[in-house]
Design a binder for this molecule. Sequence first.
Ligand SMILES: [Zn+2]
Ligand SMILES: [Zn+2]
Length: 272
Amino acid sequence: MTAIVSTLTSLPFTQLRRNRYFYLWYDGFYLVLCAALIALMVTTGFQGLVPTWDNRLWLVLPVACHLQILCSVFIHNATHNNFPRALNRIVGELCGMVVLTRFASWEVIHQRHHRFSDDVEKDPHPVGPSYWRFLVDTIVNVEHQLQQIYFDLYGDTPENRRYERLRAYVSYGTNLLLIATWFLFLGKVGFFFLFVPASIVGFFHLVHFNWSTHNAFSPSGDFKPVNLDHGYYKIGNLLWFGIYMHANHHKRAGMFNPAKMQPSLPITPPPG
Ligand SMILES: [Zn+2]
Ligand SMILES: [Zn+2]
């Protein structure tokens, strides 16, 4: 019983450290879940939540984008155990399905970001001056770092390299099945008009967040967590629980809203 409670409440990285085959269980669970949901929707002839066009969807689109970003904010809070203890895992998993990466990889990578922030070798997304270069590097680097984390834990052997390659294929395959599940659940219009654009906006926003909050505008390349609260960032802090107060966050990751940290670390002024 305690083992079941611990599986449902402890964070993925904790479980990966205890069990080298954690990911096979994790992906296996999602494979079965998605396959069952797909089978259920197909056999019942479910048409999806939004199968046909309606002009009011233009009003829903910005809400969908906001919710998508909010899921990134909440998956981050879940990563730091900022919800009541029993809820972090479940909030993380639910948000992970919305942002498509699922919770485990998000959390494992983010723990490494805190441990090695701005280390060009070990930070999963070390900042550089160009946003677009950073975006491409992030996509390439995250999978590489995910594998590196496994080798750090269990050794860099040919056998582990083979296992990690297989794990990567299984994980990506599972994500494709998850996307198919969303497609059937939301319906053609809901998927292509709401979910896809909101996911793209959410991804670009997340990358921009990771980039800007590590002092990307610094002319001297002094990349480190900073607090931003000017212009659009001020609105972002109001909408998304102080996420741009990132220097505060790196100092006290256990706060749900780092804007509330007292005393606050200095706020970086607008560049120029
Ligand atoms: Zn950071
Ligand atoms: Zn964090």
